[in-house]
Design a protein around this ligand. Structure first.
Ligand SMILES: *[C@@H]1O[C@H](CO)[C@@H](O)[C@H](O)[C@H]1NC(C)=O
Ligand SMILES: *[C@@H]1O[C@H](CO)[C@@H](O)[C@H](O)[C@H]1NC(C)=O
Length: 178
């Protein structure tokens, strides 16, 4: 009885360490790969409004609207340790108040086996592009694509694509309905 239990424990411990080693090898074989790739971003429609925030203050803030094109080929990113990609589009700009403002405007999950050649046209943003003041009007904004890789094993860093897009919001607020 005693020896059976001991042997059972040893077997479990051995299998676990083999499994851990395999997992580690899986991780280490992919951690140094270059996960960057080209992306092409373009803006189609750009306008900015000055509208009351939904908050209690009802203070007016800048709200940007844009539609964009996005082209990228993520095929090479899907090696055997990649389970899914979490893509997101970030807008980055500078205001008097803040040296760096970053707003995530859009995101998408790409699962293994799904289409990895993306060619989106005239897309709406998924999230509101609010500024906390009036920092959008007549300001320069850079858009870029990044992704987090969700691996089968280990941790992989978030990656920025090569290629970003620069645009400028109009000098005047738009008053028409979008
Ligand atoms: C995407 O990349 C893969 C691998 O590099 C390549 O085989 C394929 O032709 C590319 N597709 C397009 C539409 O560029
Ligand atoms: C936006 O970029 C242009 C060209 O680089 C520059 O001349 C202009 O001063 C910039 N405007 C702001 C508000 O940063």
């Amino acid at each position: 009885m005693h020896t059976v239990l001991t042997r059972g424990n040893a077997t479990v411990a051995y299998s676990l360490s083999v499994l851990a080693c395999l997992t580690f090898c899986c991780f280490i074989s992919t951690v140094f790969l270059d996960y960057r790739t080209e992306s092409k971003i373009n803006t189609v429609k750009i306008l900015v409004k000055n509208v009351p925030d939904y908050g209690a203050s009802r203070e007016k803030h800048d709200l940007g609207f844009l539609t964009f094109d996005l082209q990228t080929n993520l095929t090479d990113l899907f090696n055997w340790n990649v389970k899914q990609l979490f893509l997101y589009l970030t807008a980055e700009y500078k205001t008097k108040e803040n040296e760096l403002n970053q707003v995530v405007l859009w995101d998408k999950i790409i699962l293994r086996g799904e289409n990895t050649v993306l060619d989106f046209k005239n897309m709406n943003t998924k999230y509101y592009f609010w500024d906390d003041g009036t920092g959008l009007k007549n300001n320069n904004v850079t858009l870029y694509l990044s992704w987090n890789i969700i691996p089968n094993a280990g941790l992989l860093p978030s990656v920025f694509a090569h290629g970003s897009h620069w645009f400028k919001f109009p000098e005047h607020y738009s008053v028409s309905a979008v």
